[in-house]
Each structure stands twice: as structure tokens, then as C-alpha cells.
Design a protein. Structure first.
Length: 448
């Protein structure tokens, strides 16, 4: 009988502690740090480009053409051009413009180098021309592609696991400061990719290192250029009060409401996508015009800026909270309706991330609920953001962190309410979402 030489003293090649102590893992960390520098600089440049082009075509261009400010109908040609450029990119360039937003937020493998130009151009057309999607999904794809591409430049045929880990490190670096904290980006990728088990830390540590380096690069470039860090932040959060029994009741209401709204937005996006796929270019132009029409209708109906509906909502969250007292119940209701419909239309055809529009719709809804008795402004805001994030992303842990870390020191006070609202939304969304249809069996004998 052969002797079994494997025992407790013989570490398995996949043993986490063995890998952690190995020289190869230390080299992986060094490469992750090195990759974090150029990838985060490229991500900062992309966000800076979007931040410069948006006011250029929305504010400066109509003024230079002789208009007295931005005319109310200006979003129509703006989003028609954006839809045309996005549709052409998705249809004709490799990679179909990257992440398909109707599928929700999912962290996949890094794209091939040939797909990066299409992802870049589709995201640029979506974000600059004011479709209602955010930059996080394109940045993840671009960061992952650049990270994996950098590995191939050093070694022609790198191991698949090394390319995957360093591609993930590039994604970490690309969104290191976008959500306000490198740690939040790590949780986002961890939960979205379904990482788990004893190997999770080994995969996350290179990404955390790249994210930390990326955050420093964002801060340095923001200070040097004077453009800021493009990090999500709220600067004027009112004082939060301890949760009350009434607010826990409102957590149930907000959680259920967010589930219905989120399922409705996704249902609309999926139905529209079916028609968009048949005629990609003209249908994307039409969806752009729909978004523009919703923004114009909201502006004309409320007297507020059309930009409340346009764009991802990333930079509009802070002004919305700061000037929340100036929004009536009717204006907030119309904002939630128009932004939600524009969000669904953008999901169906454009390319971008779903996080920031979900947060903005949730914030507007939470502020709307705070006009009712027994609910404070900060609690309604935080619960709305967390609940809508859970409804659209399906990531409960990240949704809680998004809502509580965003409002800073007041986040700990309202965290119990946010947790209740997020859990209710997460469960209710699962109940309301129909299961995927199973393929029908073809003709033939049945198996007994």
C-alpha cells in the first residue's frame, strides 16, 4: 500500500498563506502598484476630458453661436448626436461599446486591447452628450483592459490568473476615488464579482494596493491641475437625528417603493433594448431624443434646470441636497419620474454605468418622502440612495456603504435605517423580478 505523503506539514500549492509568503506574490504586488500609476492617471484624464466637454457643448457652444444662454430645446440636438455616435460605435467597433448596462452592474474579465477604443468612444459619447448613465462601468473596463495589456507588454504569454488579477488591479485603480473611497471601490468589485473563500484576500490585496496608489494619483493630479479629484462627495449634510420608530416604518415604505421603481426601470430598459437591437443606430438616436424631451419637459414644468434630468447625477447630488428646500413636492415627483424614465431609456441604448443615476433617483425620492411627517431629511436621503442602489445593482453591502459613507459623519447615525431599507428592497426586488425563462425542450424522447 503506497504511503500518503500529503499531510498537515505539506502545504497545498493553493494554500493562501503559502502564496502570501511567496516571492511571486510579492512581485505581483509590485506590478499592481506600478500598474496603478498609469491607469489611475488615464482614468483621471478621461474624467477631466468629460468634465471639460460637458459644459463646452452644453453652455459655451450655444453662447458662441449667438444664443442668449442655453435654449430650452438644446438637449434635443445634443442627445441626437450623442445617440448617433454611440449607436455607430456599438454597431461597428469591436467590443460593442463595452458593458451592456441593462444586465446590471457586473465585473467581468478585462476586455481585449482591440475593444478599448470602442469602449472609450461609446462612453465619451454617452457621458459628454448627457445620457443618464455614469462613468464607473467604462472606467472599470478601460482600467482592466489597460492593466491586462500592460502585463502582456512585459510578458508575451502571461498566466491567465496573473492577467486576471492585474486586470482587476487596473479596474481598482481606475475607480479608486470616483466613489469617494478606495475601500468602497474594493467592496464594489468584491461583491459584484462574487469573490469569496480563503483566496479572496489574495485577490483583493493587489487591487487595494493599486486603488491606494490610484487615489494618491487622483489627489495629486487634482491639486496640480486645479480640476479636483472627481470624487463623489456631499459637502453640506445637515445634522442627523437618532432613528425613531416612525423612521423604521418609513424604511419599509422606502424599501418597497424603491423595489417597484427599480424593477419598473429595468423592465422598461429591457423592453426598449429589444427594439434598439433591431435598428441600433436610428433607435439610439430616438432614445437620445426621448431623454432630451424628458429633460425639457421637466425644466418647463418646474422652472428648474434641465441638467437635473440630464447626465448621470454624480455632480448634481450635492446641489440637490443643498437646495432641497427649494424643491416642492410636485417638482421632486416630476424629477423622480423624468429621471427614472430617462435612466431606463439610456440603459436600453447608451453605454455607461448604472450607479450614479440610481443614487440620484433614490436621493430625489428620499427627499420627497422627507416632506411627509415623521421622516427627517438626512434619513430619507440616505435610505433612498441605499434602497435604489440595491434595486438597480443587486449589491446590498455596497448599497449600504454607498449611502452611509457618502454622508460622512452622519452616516453612522442613520445606518440602521439604511440597512433595513436596503434589505427590504433587496428581498422585494428578488420577489418582483421574474425568474429567467428556461429554454424549451426540443422534440425528442423525454428522459425518465
Amino acid at each position: 500500500m503506497p504511503v500518503d505523503r500529503t499531510g498537515p506539514e505539506t502545504p497545498s500549492p493553493s494554500d493562501p498563506l503559502t502564496l502570501l509568503r511567496s516571492r511571486a506574490y510579492l512581485m505581483l504586488l509590485v506590478l499592481s502598484a506600478l500598474i496603478g500609476v498609469p491607469v489611475s492617471a488615464a482614468a483621471f484624464g478621461f474624467l477631466a476630458l468629460v468634465g471639460e466637454v460637458q459644459p463646452l457643448i452644453y453652455t459655451d457652444l450655444p453662447t458662441s453661436l449667438g444664443f442668449d444662454g442655453t435654449p430650452p430645446w438644446w438637449p434635443l440636438p445634443l442627445l441626437a448626436v450623442g445617440g448617433l455616435l454611440t449607436g455607430l460605435t456599438v454597431k461597428y467597433l469591436p467590443g460593442h461599446g463595452g458593458h451592456e448596462p441593462t444586465a446590471g452592474f457586473k465585473a467581468g474579465g478585462p476586455p481585449a486591447p482591440i475593444e478599448l477604443p470602442g469602449i472609450f468612444l461609446a462612453a465619451l459619447a454617452t457621458l459628454c452628450f448627457a445620457a443618464v448613465l455614469g462613468p464607473e462601468a467604462p472606467l472599470l473596463a478601460l482600467g482592466g483592459g489597460l492593466g491586462a495589456g500592460a502585463v502582456r507588454m512585459v510578458k508575451r504569454d502571461p498566466p491567465e490568473q496573473v492577467s486576471a488579477v492585474l486586470g482587476a488591479a487596473g479596474s481598482f485603480a481606475a475607480i479608486s476615488s470616483l466613489l469617494g473611497s478606495p475601500l468602497l471601490g474594493a467592496f464594489l468589485l468584491m461583491e459584484a464579482s462574487g469573490l469569496g473563500g480563503p483566496m479572496m484576500a489574495l485577490v483583493l490585496v493587489p487591487g487595494l494596493l493599486a486603488a491606494g496608489i490610484g487615489a494618491l494619483i487622483f489627489v495629486g493630479l487634482g491639486s496640480w491641475t486645479g480640476l479636483g479629484t472627481y470624487s463623489l462627495a456631499l459637502n453640506h449634510v445637515p445634522k442627523a437625528t437618532p432613528p425613531t420608530a416612525a423612521e423604521f416604518g418609513w424604511a419599509l415604505v422606502i424599501g418597497l417603493s424603491a423595489a417597484f421603481v427599480g424593477v419598473g426601470i429595468r423592465w422598461l430598459a429591457v423592453r426598449l433594448k429589444t427594439n434598439v437591437d433591431r435598428r441600433r443606430v436610428p433607435a439610439t438616436v430616438v432614445m437620445g431624443l426621448v431623454v432630451a424631451g424628458l429633460a425639457i419637459g421637466y425644466a418647463q414644468g418646474t422652472g428648474k434646470a434641465a441638467t437635473d434630468v440630464l447626465y448621470s447625477g454624480q455632480t448634481a447630488l450635492d446641489p440637490l441636497l443643498t437646495h432641497s428646500a427649494a424643491y416642492s413636492v410636485g417638482a421632486l415627483s416630476l424629477l423622480v419620474l423624468c429621471k427614472g424614465l430617462a435612466y431606463g431609456a439610456s440603459l436600453s441604448s447608451f453605454r455607461g454605468g448604472p450607479i450614479f443615476p440610481a443614487m440620484f433617483v433614490g436621493a430625489a425620492g428620499g427627499i420627497l418622502f422627507s416632506h411627509l411627517p415623521g421622516l427627517s431629511l438626512v434619513a430619507g436621503l440616505a435610505m433612498g440612495i441605499g434602497a435604489m442602489s440595491a434595486a438597480m445593482l443587486g449589491l446590498p453591502m455596497v448599497s449600504v456603504l454607498l449611502a452611509t459613507l457618502l454622508i460622512g459623519a452622519e452616516g453612522l447615525t442613520v445606518m440602521p435605517l439604511v440597512i433595513v431599507a436596503v434589505v427590504v428592497t433587496y428581498v422585494a426586488t428578488a420577489k418582483l423580478t421574474p425568474p429567467p425563462s428556461e429554454p424549451r425542450e426540443g422534440p425528442g424522447p423525454r428522459r425518465q
